[in-house]
Design a protein around this ligand. Structure first.
Ligand SMILES: [Zn+2]
Ligand SMILES: [Zn+2]
Length: 331
């Protein structure tokens, strides 16, 4: 299961309704902050999610509307002992800009918090037994931009009945079989994993793309995703402006969703000149299962289940402990 919470859904400048780009991806104990536009700190507070374990930050690219909030966040984190450091993942240019920003915030070499800068490249960014994050390149005004694919690995269920029938005892030997290794029973009989594992069940996949100037090169990367989140800064009326600034129209984003056979499309990074309705009206004839993200929308992606959407501001904070940080910041 993945939960994607939008903290800011505006493009370039905030509006009264929309903050600057930032989103949270939650999966089991993992929390990733994706981009961190100006004002993200307060959006995190309002979301009720809290700052705990919010130390992994993925940057789609280095434009200011996606990184300026990191200065404020680092400044706040620097005053809290509970947060030891921030790990920032992004392209070389994006990381360079963040370093310069931190120099302004803290002065040369005086950051009060440890900040790890991790250049990323297409491929697997991190993985464990059941989950992986993949990175892929996105074309956006020569910024070395990236998209992120969050993937639950497929798994084969352990068939207890079959194991019992074969006399496989409970305990570590079963774990060996689950991890795909042939085992030998006490009487010397070999048991192959295929004898006790059912057919593979695919995991959920959520693809997050920020700013993008074209979509034809992304079809393969997003193919079959359960949810695709991608920018839709403009409508087709301003197709030329969109192309000139390396952004997408709602039609282009919807085209990608259709071509790639994704299940759901969520549009974000919306220009202030449009209402959600205008963006939706353009996208849905091309791809019906389209949503336009609002700040504080949570989208829950569970394999084989319909997409769920809720407003996190109505959800009580699940990190009440954060309130102990005091300083009036969490009133
Ligand atoms: Zn942007
Ligand atoms: Zn940009």
């Amino acid at each position: 299961m993945f939960e994607l919470i939008f903290l800011g859904t505006s493009a370039s400048a905030p509006s009264t309704q929309r903050g600057l780009p930032a989103a949270l991806l939650l999966h089991r104990e993992y929390r990733f902050l994706i981009d961190c536009g100006e004002g993200t700190q307060r959006q995190i507070l309002r979301s009720g999610v809290g700052f705990k374990r919010l130390d992994r930050i993925l940057l789609t690219h280095g434009h200011l509307d996606h990184i300026l909030g990191l200065g404020g966040l680092a400044s706040t984190f620097g005053r809290w002992e509970a947060i030891e450091g921030m790990e920032i993942y992004g392209g070389v240019w994006a990381l360079q800009r963040v370093r310069e920003l931190m120099r302004v915030v803290f002065g040369a070499g005086e950051a009060r918090i440890r900040i790890g800068y991790h250049p990323i490249a297409p491929g697997v960014l991190m993985e464990d037994d059941v989950f992986r994050v993949r990175v892929f390149a996105v074309d956006h005004r020569g910024t070395e931009a990236f998209g992120f694919s969050f993937e639950e690995k497929e798994r084969r269920p352990f068939l207890v009945d079959k194991a019992e029938a074969l006399g496989v005892p409970a305990g570590p030997i079963r774990r060996e079989l689950v991890s795909g290794r042939v085992v030998h029973l006490a009487d010397g009989r070999p048991i192959h994993p295929d004898e006790v594992l059912g057919p593979a069940i695919p995991g959920a996949r959520l693809v997050f793309i920020g700013d993008a100037g074209r979509v034809d090169d992304l079809v393969e990367q997003v193919a079959g995703a359960d949810l695709l989140a991608i920018e839709a800064t403009y409508t087709a009326e301003e197709q030329e402006v969109a192309a000139a600034f390396g952004h997408l129209t709602a039609s282009q984003a919807a085209w990608l969703a259709r071509e790639a056979g994704v299940k759901n499309l969520v549009l974000h990074h919306i220009s202030r000149r449009y209402t959600s309705r205008q963006i939706l009206d353009e996208a849905t004839p091309i791809f019906p299962d389209t949503h336009v993200a609002r700040d504080f929308d949570l989208f829950r992606v569970v394999k084989q289940r319909p997409l769920e959407r809720e407003d996190v501001r109505e959800r009580p904070g699940d990190e009440g402990g954060d309130r102990r940080h005091g300083d009036g910041v969490t009133q």
